[in-house]
Design a protein around this ligand. Sequence first.
Ligand SMILES: Nc1ncnc2c1ncn2[C@@H]1O[C@H](COP(=O)(O)OP(=O)(O)OP(=O)(O)O)[C@@H](O)[C@H]1O
Length: 230
Amino acid sequence: MGADHALLDVQGLSRAFDSPAGTVRAVEDVSFTARAGQLVCVHGASGSGKSTLVNLLSGLLVPDAGQILVDSVSIGGATDAERSRLRLDTIGVVFQDVRLIEEFTVLENVALPLEAKRVRHGEAFRRAASALDGVGLSGVLDRFPGTLSGGQCQRVGIARALVGGQRLLLADEPTGALDPTTSREVFELFRALCGDGVLVVVCSHDPQALEFADVAMEMSGGRLRIGVAG
Ligand SMILES: Nc1ncnc2c1ncn2[C@@H]1O[C@H](COP(=O)(O)OP(=O)(O)OP(=O)(O)O)[C@@H](O)[C@H]1O
């Protein structure tokens, strides 16, 4: 595959929900492609469909129509087990709420997805330490999540999302609980990850996200408008 090969290829993606007020078209006929090393920002008002888009792209939600190819593999055609495997190997996801296990150390939290892949204990810890080094947290491996700042917790979540060697990182409001300075540091980290060849797709209200994006997309009423950031 050439360098211009789309790591993410989304075509005609739609998902509606039934509600007492009628059908809500949360994501409607969304198409775009993105390459490894890009930072793509999807912004839009509350209720515009950003979280539904992330849930579709990560395979957590099944579309009504359309196709998602991640590195040429169709998520739509995958079984539940195959979609879980894709999240362990190819697609990392982070949310505003990091949900670390409080009883586990930082290192143990990040090693956990590798244990699910049956990677041997020592190797899982070695890779987890390397992932934590990659997000600037090599000094807190033995700490417990309750002793970390919000920004550090989000970094642990990012290390955990990428510890399996995932090349696509989906982030749903990753800085929603952080102050502007800490948010900026998270976006700087996303940029550094892009430099390592990760494709980062950030859905965010945060206007700072646009400063860091290669591609900016605006979501409104489930539809996507694509522009070039900068
Ligand atoms: N499970 C569901 N059942 C019914 N309606 C839903 C469901 N999930 C989302 N919706 C509706 O779909 C629309 C898009 O919601 P979504 O959460 O994707 O938007 P959002 O842009 O992420 O908003 P926010 O920034 O507030 O999280 C909204 O009208 C929402 O109420």
